[in-house]
Design a protein around this ligand. Structure first.
Ligand code: ADP
Length: 343
């Protein structure tokens, strides 16, 4: 059985073709700089057109969809209704869901008779308890407007959980672990008995850890101050917090490897801030979980930087195993497709 996975981000598209019997990756294609100034590839439609694989010859196509809202708690076969709902969820993920949707529409157009499956970043976190997903704002903001924590990077946290179970030779449903996905975007997840019970990203991927260019947690009153006193518009503040903050905002660079090498005052400060934030989350998740079987690092920084891992774990008293696992969101999506097809 061959499964193709399409992971369309805001400006990139990753394509992988898996042979599910052998586990081989038959093809990997990465299209970057979609829609950027001097790029030949104007949109996700062009990006998919540039892929030289006949999608009619695969058994299923899996699509990563960032926001599944409260509607999608697991992966689902794509039909008209599913497309409509993903469309309705665009206001919750304005950068991501349109790109995901475009990927879906082009793929359906190219291979109308191949089953297509949507796999959501939010699904793994969708059974968090209300005390984890609610914000302490008027309850009707949740009831009427669906303002709540959704959490993201679900395919990565869930893949890493399964790999941890394999490594520790335990049932995933018996594991209490803390997973750290540290890439350009970063999030941390508290997993109890195989279930996400809390995670650092929230209503959007802006909350939580200090990331490449995102601020993560700040006092929300800073936003009112910027608007009232500094005269910034809503869009200006939005763009500042998402694109000009985080490591980039502090030291002018969002690439952790380069920041470690630069090692000047601002670079050190940016790393100190990032590490402190991660430690604060680890501490609070340890307090939630009690027993922690493993602390698991993944994502570009988590997988590659023993320097960051060591600093994060400094002073953390624990009996947990420390694991480094290379995440593979596309493989997780392919396995999810297999699950949906079998039903
Ligand atoms: P994305 O969220 O864009 O998928 P990645 O998971 O690829 O990001 O992670 C990118 C980050 O990983 C960058 O900040 C990069 O500098 C960092 N990184 C990669 N290799 C190393 C390394 N050897 N040491 C430190 N940081 C690294």
């Amino acid at each position: 059985m061959k499964i193709a996975v399409i992971n369309s981000g805001s400006s990139s598209l990753k394509f992988k073709l898996f042979d599910m019997e052998t586990g081989d990756v038959l093809k990997t294609i990465l299209v970057e700089h979609i829609g950027e100034k001097n790029s030949k590839i104007k949109n996700h439609h062009d990006a998919l057109e540039s892929i030289d694989v006949d999608l009619n010859l695969v058994d299923a196509i899996g699509h990563r969809v960032v926001h599944g809202g409260e509607e999608f708690k697991k992966s689902i076969l794509i039909e008209e209704r599913v497309i409509k709902t993903i469309q309705e969820l665009i206001p919750l993920a304005p950068l991501h869901n349109p790109a995901n949707l475009e990927g879906i529409l082009v793929a359906i157009n190219k291979a109308p008779s191949v089953p297509q499956i949507a796999v959501f970043d939010t699904a793994f976190h969708s059974i968090m308890p209300p005390e984890a997903y609610l914000y302490a704002i008027p309850y009707e903001m949740y009831e009427k407007h669906k303002i709540r924590r959704y959490g993201f990077h679900g395919t990565s946290h869930s893949y890493v959980l399964k790999q941890t179970a394999i490594k520790l030779q335990k049932d995933a449903r018996e594991l209490n672990i803390i997973t750290l996905h540290l890439g350009n975007g970063a999030s941390i997840c508290a997993i109890e008995n195989g279930i996400s019970i809390d995670t650092s990203m929230g209503f959007t991927p802006l909350e939580g850890l200090i990331m490449g260019s995102r601020s993560g947690d700040i006092d929300p009153a800073i936003i009112f101050y910027m608007q009232r006193e500094l005269g910034l518009s809503v869009d200006e503040v939005d763009s500042m917090l998402n694109k000009k903050s985080g490591l980039l905002g502090i030291c002018g660079n969002n690439d952790v490897r380069a920041i470690i090498e630069t090692n000047d005052e601002k670079s050190k400060l940016a790393l100190d801030m990032m590490i402190r934030r991660i430690k604060k989350y680890i501490g609070s998740y340890m307090a939630l979980l009690g027993r922690v079987d493993a602390i698991v690092f993944t994502g570009g920084i988590g997988e590659n930087s023993s320097y960051i891992r060591d600093r994060v774990l400094e002073n953390v008293r624990h009996e947990s195993k420390i694991l480094v696992i290379k995440t593979d969101e596309e493989l997780e999506i392919a396995m999810e497709c297999l699950g949906v097809l079998k039903k």
